[in-house]
Design a protein around this ligand. Structure first.
Ligand SMILES: [Zn+2]
Length: 651
């Protein structure tokens, strides 16, 4: 009886995690949590257990167990091991339910604390979640710190655990008073020495909360012990070598390895693991001697700033990271892919934006000419596509030829009249589109052969008069085997239909064909189809092609003309929209297209023709060459799937 009456001896967080946690997902799903699987977790828990810092900020890559180590385990440790209230800070109260159901609940259910989950009330079933009172008396309280969050009043705790910390902060705002995180910290009990605050996030931008907390805190880095030269090193992104000059994705995967920053020896996966065996966390300003003795004082700060990176992530391999780097370097949206690599793989904030984007100059654009005059396809033309945009009185169009040398030639572009004042809108559009179909059916002559080339695909924007354009397309030949497709643009910055494009996962009865940034939909009306096009993607593609040096593969060039001003109007249309990337708290980097001038029709036409080129079979990078997927561990495949899911999902 006496033994039971005594307060139980508290375990460390590390011991708690090892004894109580079973992994709910990831490559080791269903198995016991072990620090050895991700060695950074052992260092992190030891630093937390040292109780040297009341505030602890963790920044790391996605898919590395970050949420488990820096969010879920701290929550559960305080709720169940210590048995005290925990405030859980989320960027938005609407996220509270997701955090509970998707992150916390699956882990708790696999512990012996599952019996403490309340059987009634909030949290036991679906619906809104803001507060969960467990049967041991401890309460988990979700708070967003937003102005509308009235639930904060009257609840105090010693422990604050914040997930996606950058979402609670407005970087650059002058008043720190106003930011949500500071407001949440106000809910912690007064005694600062006794508080515990955990923050976790991926690195978004340098001014973002987590990177600020990390760098002004201890800025702790993990030193690894090189198995070749025995130096204490921290390999970063630039030390992943071999993928840069690879000919294709598979070659990049086969060649990618970490190189020791000191002796440049290449680390095998076994070396990488070995280098972690006696890893040491080193705080800002400290040094390490050859025999592993840390010298120098820890910085005088109350915040532990802890970071791990790709080299520490054993849920993936150097090979897979190399393949990802290779793909990112060749992505249509190169800037976006670069930011993703830094943020999600290397735990680094994005580079300042000025360096990333240079807008196209219309005066330079008009000089992008090749030797073929207007209306002539180059001799090595493989595909020909036409994009068109129609309005009330005028229709615009552009024809692109794709050559065997992977260049894109603007064969011809123009406009045609739509006589809606005389004929009425519907009749005028049908009449104009019938003439346009006849023009396309004639084709365009190929240089040196005497042949006429008919377009593989003709895509016409139907958003102005959907039924009319669809009726015309049906008559002209549309759908999976047709050449004339009515299309509908989707994108965050579309005027008529401002919704982000969502790529369907697979073909269905309704989704007949899926490409890059487009899919063919069979509509409810019998015999009606349209193609949904991700206009943001294809405008980015268009500008990337226009930014490629004119003699290189992937360049979009215009037909030649003796008139110096021939392409002035075209260049104005093509630069009528500009891509801007902004940082939004809780959403990360958001890229959208902003109109600079209203005359943007040929930009749309070229973007549609570009998407139609993808349908026809044109690829900038020859993916057909890639052989069957290289055999790899379950971990690798899981990780790639997760990454794919993330790309297709909210972001
Ligand atoms: Zn070395």
């Amino acid at each position: 009886m006496l033994r039971r009456a005594r307060a139980p001896r508290l375990r460390s967080m590390r011991a708690f995690a090892a004894a109580e946690i079973t992994l709910p997902d990831g490559p080791h799903r269903g198995r016991r949590f072990r620090c050895a699987r991700q060695p950074y977790t052992g260092l992190w828990f030891d630093l937390v257990d040292s109780q040297a810092w009341p505030r602890m900020a963790a920044v790391g890559p996605t898919q590395s167990g970050k949420t488990l180590a820096a969010f879920i385990v701290p929550c559960l440790y305080h709720l169940f091991e210590i048995g005290e209230n925990v405030i859980c800070g989320v960027p938005d109260m609407r996220m509270a339910g997701d955090k509970w159901r998707e992150d916390l609940l699956p882990v708790i259910r696999r512990t012996r604390y599952a019996e403490l989950i309340p059987s009634r009330g909030a949290g036991s079933r679906g619906g809104k979640v803001s507060e969960i009172e467990f049967r041991n008396g401890a309460t988990l309280k979700f708070m967003s710190g937003g102005g509308g969050d009235k639930s904060r009043a009257g609840f105090t705790s010693r422990v604050l655990v914040v997930t996606e910390a950058d979402g609670l902060d407005t970087p650059g705002s002058t008043s720190r008073e106003a930011d949500k995180l500071t407001q949440l910290e106000g809910r912690l009990r007064a005694d600062p020495a006794n508080r515990r605050e955990y923050l976790e996030c991926t690195a978004s931008i340098e001014e973002g909360r987590i990177w600020q907390e990390y760098t002004t805190g201890t800025a702790t880095a993990i030193r690894l012990h090189c198995p070749h030269c025995a130096a204490w090193v921290t390999p970063e992104r630039e030390h992943l070598l071999g993928w840069q000059d690879a000919e294709d994705e598979i070659a990049a995967e086969e060649a990618a390895t970490f190189a020791c920053p000191e002796c440049a020896a290449l680390w095998s996966e076994a070396d990488r693991r070995l280098a972690h065996a006696d890893a040491i966390p080193l705080h800002r300003g400290q040094e390490i001697t050859a025999d592993g003795q840390v010298t120098g004082q820890a910085p005088r700060t109350r915040t532990l700033g802890f970071r791990w990176s790709g080299v520490n992530n054993f849920f993936t391999t150097a090979a897979l990271m190399g393949a990802e780097e290779w793909r990112a370097a060749r992505a249509v949206d190169e800037d976006g892919a670069e930011r993703e690599m830094r943020q999600f793989v290397w735990a680094l904030p994005a580079q300042p934006l000025e360096e990333a984007e240079t807008p196209l100059d219309s005066r330079v654009l008009i000089q992008r000419r090749d030797k073929w005059p207007r209306g002539i396809c180059p001799p090595d033309t493989e595909y020909l596509t036409v994009g068109a945009d129609i309005g009330k009185r005028v229709g615009y169009w552009a024809a692109l030829a794709y050559t065997a040398s992977r260049r894109i030639h603007l064969v011809e572009y123009g406009s045609f009249e739509i006589q809606s004042d005389d004929l009425g809108l519907t009749r005028a559009i049908v009449a104009a589109l019938r003439d346009f179909r006849d023009r396309c059916a004639e084709g365009w002559p190929v240089d040196g052969s005497g042949d006429y080339r008919q377009p593989n695909q003709v895509w016409v924007d139907s958003s102005y008069e959907p039924d009319t354009v669809r009726a015309w397309a049906k008559e002209a030949g549309h759908g999976p085997r047709g050449r004339f497709q009515p299309i509908r643009g989707q994108g965050a910055s579309q005027r008529r239909n401002p919704a982000s494009y969502r790529r369907p996962q697979r073909t269905t009865r309704a989704v007949r064909r899926i490409g890059t940034g487009w899919h063919l939909v069979r509509l409810d009306t019998p015999g009606a189809f349209h193609v949904l096009v991700d206009v943001d993607h294809w405008k980015t593609w268009t500008h990337a092609r226009l930014a490629t040096p004119a003699d290189q593969p992937g360049a979009l060039v215009f037909y030649s003309s003796l008139d110096q001003n021939e392409h002035t109007k075209l260049a104005k249309h093509l630069t009528a929209e500009r891509q801007v990337t902004e940082y939004r708290a809780g959403k990360g980097h958001v890229t959208r297209w902003v109109q600079v001038s209203r005359q943007n029709h040929w930009l749309d036409c070229v973007a549609y023709a570009g998407a139609a080129g993808d349908w026809a079979g044109f690829r900038l990078v020859d993916t057909a060459k890639a052989g069957p997927q290289a055999p790899d561990q379950a971990a690798g495949k899981w990780w790639t799937d997760q990454r794919r899911k993330r790309r297709g999902g909210r972001r």
